[in-house]
Design a protein around this ligand. Sequence first.
Ligand SMILES: *Cc1c(COP(=O)(O)O)cnc(C)c1O
Length: 357
Amino acid sequence: MDISTTLSATPVDDSRLAGILANPGFGQFFTDHMLTVEWTPEQGWHDARITPYGPIAMDPATAVLHYAQETFEGMKAYRRDDGSVWTFRPEENAKRMIRSSRRLAFPELPVEDFVQAVDALVTVDEHWVPENGGEKSLYLRPFMFASEVFLGVRPAQHVTFMVIASPAGAYFKGGVKPVSLWLTHDYTRAGRGGMGAAKTGGNYASSLVAQQEATAHGCDQVVFLDSQEGRYVEELGGMNLYFVFDDGRIVTPETGTILEGITRASIIELAGKLGHQVEERRLSIDEWREGVSSGAITEIFACGTAAVVTPVGTLRSAEGDVPAPPATDVTMRVRQNLVDVQFGRAEDTFGWMHRVV
Ligand SMILES: *Cc1c(COP(=O)(O)O)cnc(C)c1O
């Protein structure tokens, strides 16, 4: 893919950048540039370009504003002690975007074009990747939307792919601490044949009211059950779940209606290497309750690109609370292993890291 570059005439100055990178928070500051590629049936993917970051003008009849045809990815660029910059399994993000695209009747952006696009933006805005330390990173947000100007309902005849980047601070300030969860019975995030496995904005739109319910009950996050029986644990609004048993087994809900997290998939491999037997299967809310109460479940954790791995604490619900499991040893070991590979402090035995700069 040919990518043209128009550099910003007003890039961030050193002192402002230093101020931003000292305390970037999440999703508030954006780098100097953005990347855009267009698609039409006649031309395929074309007009790939890096331009100064800025607003995009949109006709009010642009399809995405009406029918929510959108998919996205979330990934990070990490700086190592030697100054080099790396991403984690970018081909997996590319492949997942293809799967999401199929579900939303979008064209498929080839894996190599996706990786090239992300690399190109990170390279041009390389100085926005924070220094190694405290788990800071440059968060990358590739996304695709129906940019056709048409109110008819059909697969879009004009699609736009973009990548933007935003420096991110450590998810946990002042140390990793367990998240409390609210079990919702009123809402589900995905049904059979629905969009649960696609990374699409609509799934987030539908999760917000459940998240509000969690907040109203004093919880950090919401946990969803399956929509058919209301029995089986699915995932959080944006993180997958893992259960650690006292015999060393680790269980994670099977795929289908959940989002296939790349952190989730990586932990399946990593935990195997650490000597755990990993099972992908359904796990009911009763098994959660009884497992914690009998001591069979010793740890529960959630995982995703943003937090990497976080221990799960108390589960609250209309039927009463399930206390936090007693331990976090396996959770913290898995977390440390992943973070060390991402920042180049441990050997990358699986070949997960991709050098950008
Ligand atoms: C992105 C996402 C995850 C985590 O996926 P990672 O690839 O590990 O970041 C989990 N659940 C949902 C709903 C998501 O959108």
